[in-house]
Structure formats: structure tokens, C-alpha cells
Design a binder for this molecule. Structure first.
Ligand SMILES: [Zn+2]
Ligand SMILES: [Zn+2]
Length: 274
């Protein structure tokens, strides 16, 4: 398994009709190789599919191959692209998706995309909380983004299998050497979820240092209960298939990170004193 890159093991169906696609991204942290995901998910309805997130810019050939494999298997054609927010690991393949799939509409918060891609402005549709995109037998709804990076963020929710797409929520890295790649959170038993969640918050979500994360975690619990979430499909973390058991571990990491001073955004190399 270790020798087979994730790109060759995906797509993985994490709930009926919800396919996890993309690849890992290797980064160094504290002298170790950390893997992160910039995952994308294809949600297939009876008449149309929607792509949630586009993956990292480097992943476009992999994402395109995975989608074409699914379409060859009879999955409904791509009609929509939903991105949680305007950040490269989430929307970095947007222009190429819209170019490659000329029938697809971009949906979600669409602020500023027309400035980068004026040629596709007529294919952008703004969504607000509670708006739904009908895919045939299921829909993708824009829901409250409790843990977010940018103010323009929306989270996605599949109404049929009750899958939550939380963008930067539930973000944590994993260890390639430990065989975590391609596993869901509950399968990666050696992954210390509070630790990796706290590290990700420290490196990527600076505002968690200045907020009472108990309030955000309570709000997260309310959202999960209100929607009846069964599966969580984060962009950077491993998918969560046991919400009750796993969500508290991620929340413990968020709360722990909030109490630590910010460590900076990259591995530091000691500068020799002269
Ligand atoms: Zn992100
Ligand atoms: Zn990996």
C-alpha cells in the first residue's frame, strides 16, 4: 500500500455516490514529512454531478483523470463546481475545470472570480445559506461555515447521504510512512488527531489563537445535530465516517491550539550567531 500513491488508489467512495478524489501534498514540519490533502469530492446525482473543491493546482491532471474514470463508469455528467472559498488549495483548478467541462456552472460564493476569469462570468451563480443545487435525487446545499478561513466561505452539504463538506474545517495532516494515505480517519488508528488538528490550526488558521474555541466547537455540534451529519469530507483532513467518535478528537485539537502561542508558518532553520 505504501508504495502506491494515493492518486492511483482514488477515487474512493466514502458514502453512496460521494467520491473522494485527488492526491497528497508532502510538506516538512518539525523534521518530518507531513502529508496534507487538498481533496476534491464528486457528488453524483441521477442527472448531474457536482465537484466540491478543485484540488491543488498541481493536482488538476489527477482530478481530471479521476473524474473521467467515474464518468466512464456511468456517473452523471459534471454540471456544477462548488468551491468553499477563494483560496488556491480549494479553487486553484477552477479555470481549468470550467474550460474542460464547458457545460459546468460555478456555484457558491463567487466573489472576484470574474476578475480572474471574465470569459466565464456568465457561468457563475451566487449561493447563500440554505440554497440548494438539485442533482436529481439529492442536492448540494450551502450551509453555515463554522470554522472558516475567509469571510466568503460556504460549507456544502449533501442532503441525501448527509455528507458535510467543511472546507478548512476538520483540517489535519497525516503521515505517509505510517500508511495513513487514502484512509478515513477511523482507519488511521495511529494518527493522533488532537495533535495533528492542533498543528494545522496553528499553521493555517491564525484566528483560532484569538477566539474562544469552545464557542466554535459548540456551534459545530449544533450544526452537525441540526443537519444530521453522517459523514464529514474535509478538504485537508481524512474523511470522518464516525462523527460521534471522531469529531470530539478534532475539537480537542482546536481547543489545545487556541491556548498555545503562534509558532509561525514554516519550519524554521536556526540562524548561526556570529
Ligand atoms: Zn484550506
Ligand atoms: Zn498522504
Amino acid at each position: 500500500m505504501l508504495d502506491t500513491p494515493v492518486a492511483q488508489r482514488m477515487p474512493r467512495e466514502i458514502a453512496p455516490g460521494v467520491f473522494w478524489i485527488g492526491d497528497c501534498l508532502a510538506q516538512r514540519h518539525k523534521g518530518k514529512v507531513y502529508h496534507g490533502y487538498n481533496a476534491a469530492f464528486l457528488v453524483a446525482g441521477d442527472n448531474a454531478s457536482i465537484l466540491v473543491e478543485t484540488g491543488h493546482p498541481k493536482d488538476f491532471p489527477v482530478i481530471e483523470r479521476h473524474m473521467n474514470e467515474l464518468f466512464a463508469r456511468g456517473v452523471a455528467p459534471l454540471k456544477y463546481l462548488f468551491v468553499t472559498h477563494q483560496e488556491t488549495p480549494h479553487c486553484g483548478g477552477l479555470g481549468r475545470i470550467l474550460k474542460t467541462f464547458p457545460d459546468a456552472l460555478l456555484v457558491g460564493d463567487v466573489s472576484d472570480y470574474h476578475l480572474a476569469f471574465p470569459q466565464y462570468e456568465h457561468r457563475m451563480r451566487s449561493m447563500k445559506e440554505g440554497d440548494e443545487i438539485d442533482l436529481g435525487g439529492r442536492s448540494l446545499m450551502a450551509v453555515e461555515p463554522v470554522i472558516r478561513d475567509l469571510r466568503t466561505t460556504w460549507w456544502g452539504f449533501d442532503t441525501k447521504e448527509r455528507v458535510l463538506f467543511p472546507g478548512d474545517g476538520f483540517a489535519y495532516s497525516h503521515y505517509h510512512e505510517d500508511g495513513h494515505c487514502g484512509l478515513v480517519a477511523e482507519e488511521a488508528v495511529s494518527l493522533d488527531l488532537p495533535d495533528v488538528s492542533s498543528t494545522f490550526a496553528d499553521l493555517a488558521l491564525f484566528w483560532t489563537k484569538f477566539a474562544d474555541m469552545n464557542v466554535y466547537c459548540d456551534r459545530l455540534d449544533q450544526l452537525i445535530a441540526r443537519l444530521g451529519v453522517k459523514t464529514i469530507a474535509p478538504t485537508h483532513g481524512l474523511p470522518i465516517t464516525d462523527v460521534k467518535a471522531t469529531v470530539p478528537k478534532v475539537q480537542a485539537g482546536l481547543k489545545a491550539a487556541a491556548l498555545m502561542p503562534e509558532s509561525g508558518t514554516n519550519e524554521k532553520v536556526a540562524v548561526a550567531a556570529n
